[in-house]
Design a protein around this ligand. Sequence first.
Ligand code: PLP
Length: 233
Amino acid sequence: MEYIKENLREVRENIANAAKRAGRDPNEITLVAVSKTFPAEFVTAAAEQGVNDFGENKVSELIAKQDAVQSGVKWHLIGHLQTNKVKKVIGKTCLIHSLDSFRLAEEINRVSSAQNIVTSCLIEINIAEEPQKYGVSPKDAENFAAECARLSNVRIKGLMCVAPAAQIGELNRKYFAQMRKIFVDIKAKNVDNVDMTFLSFGMSGDYECAVEEGANIVRVGSAVFGRRNYQKE
Ligand SMILES: *Cc1c(COP(=O)(O)O)cnc(C)c1O
């Protein structure tokens, strides 16, 4: 798995260069290595290279890998979360990136409250308003954040999006800029119990552009671990 080391070196260098171009400190950007479909050994190999944050899009896979990896890494849930899976994942993830409905927020609140914990969440924004995608519409983001703020065991920590699949990262730049604007607008409202700390966007094809546009979490899978094989699913 020597190539993971080489890939990581390259991804980190690209992040640092993109940050520099934007006049940002590369240390304020967290690389979440998206390990979905890859076995636990790949996570261990990346952890040995200093990666602390891993992303999974399915609850069952997150839990299985967490149990298999014997190190203190953090797990991010980045995929759509069904309400009936909430009780399985609460307490096992540092950040849910995919809060996309109030019904889900209420369930996260209920289960978190029962465990006496507060669960950190990002609001997923359907930034290009694609009909097939999950997420809150950009125009509803602010109201949604204010509604979630009333739930004492849910903590809104920022925004996330999955931009349209772009072969050229540059094509997503305008969506990233819109995300940043929504983020800044909500932040300026200073809503109690809402922190605008994290902006999570940018994947293998567009993370450099994402960093230039203000992301402080990028979720990179194939550029770190290689091409995914979905056949086993
Ligand atoms: C798979 C996935 C990623 C990573 O995708 P790559 O193109 O492999 O970097 C990022 N975010 C989400 C929500 C994903 O499901």
